[in-house]
Design a protein around this ligand. Structure first.
Ligand code: SF4
Ligand code: SF4
Length: 255
């Protein structure tokens, strides 16, 4: 079984307890206007051009490399190292072997592996198969929007030692407006998670003028009850990578 991964970040201190290796799975069904991972949105591999590109045009010259063919640009010639493909195909076993090779170091750092994205549950089969290889050998966590079919959510989350789940907006209309999807299935999955006994924390990104309103935060707090809940600060550099994948960042901080 194969999955599409757009980044693997080692020594992460912000994706769960301890020192972690975070696997960023490509593709997300949401379109949060504040998203800071635009290269994780599309479920397909795509070119990412960093801001160090000097527009020299070298990469547009023809080349014979097999891996460059789908992109119409040479991935190997850039003097700025500005061009890369966001989206690498991984076999479950190869990725599990790579992660398990770090198990001792991650255990010493009281951490483990975190599946993130994008939305990892968009590749639920791959996540489930990967967790099956990792479970019991390394601490496994997941960061999820919770927007997934209930059966997919449960079969993946049940294999995790720790779950970090977003609760962004409690109002259905505002959720649709700012993330592009309804929040009903998210809330259903959150209710299940609350009762599951699986260690978890709910998280709310504090987006000025959108999620950080008194009304929304009170509603999240009421829903969460006695469960763990944390707020995450707005990433002021959220828009920095949009041009790199040909997208436009449309959120502006309120003045
Ligand atoms: S990506 Fe690199 S090679 Fe291509 S135009 Fe930009 S600087 Fe030149
Ligand atoms: S759920 Fe996360 S990855 Fe998906 S659009 Fe929202 S912020 Fe981005």
């Amino acid at each position: 079984m194969q999955g599409l991964v757009f980044d693997i970040k080692e020594f992460s201190l912000h994706d769960g307890p301890g020192i972690r290796t975070t696997v960023f799975l490509k593709g997300c069904p949401l379109r949060c206007v504040w998203c800071h991972n635009p290269e994780g949105l599309s479920p397909r591999a795509e070119l990412f051009v960093s801001s160090t590109c000097k527009q020299c045009g070298l990469c547009y010259r023809g080349c014979e490399h097999e891996d460059c063919r789908p992109y119409g640009r040479c991935l190997h010639i850039c003097p700025q190292n500005a061009l890369r493909v966001a989206g690498q195909v991984w076999e479950v076993d190869a990725l599990a072997d790579r992660l398990l090779a770090q198990a001792e170091m991650l255990r010493e750092g009281e951490g483990g592996v975190t599946l993130s994205g994008g939305e990892p549950l968009l590749q639920a089969d791959f996540c489930a198969a990967l967790l099956e290889r990792l479970r019991g050998r390394i601490h496994c966590a997941i960061e999820t929007s919770g927007y997934a079919d209930a059966a997919d959510f449960r079969r993946v989350v049940e294999q995790c030692d720790f779950v970090m789940m977003d609760l962004k907006l409690m109002d259905a209309a505002l959720h649709r407006r700012y993330t592009g999807v309804d929040n009903a299935r998210i809330l259903d999955n959150a209710v299940w998670l609350k009762a599951s006994g699986i260690p978890h924390v709910f998280r709310t990104p504090l987006i000025p003028g959108i999620t950080d309103t008194e009304h929304n935060l009170a509603a999240v707090r009421a829903f969460v009850g006695d469960d763990a809940w944390e707020t995450l600060p707005y990433n002021a550099l959220a828009g920095a990578k949009y041009a790199g994948v040909g997208r436009t960042f449309e959120y502006h901080l309120p003045t």
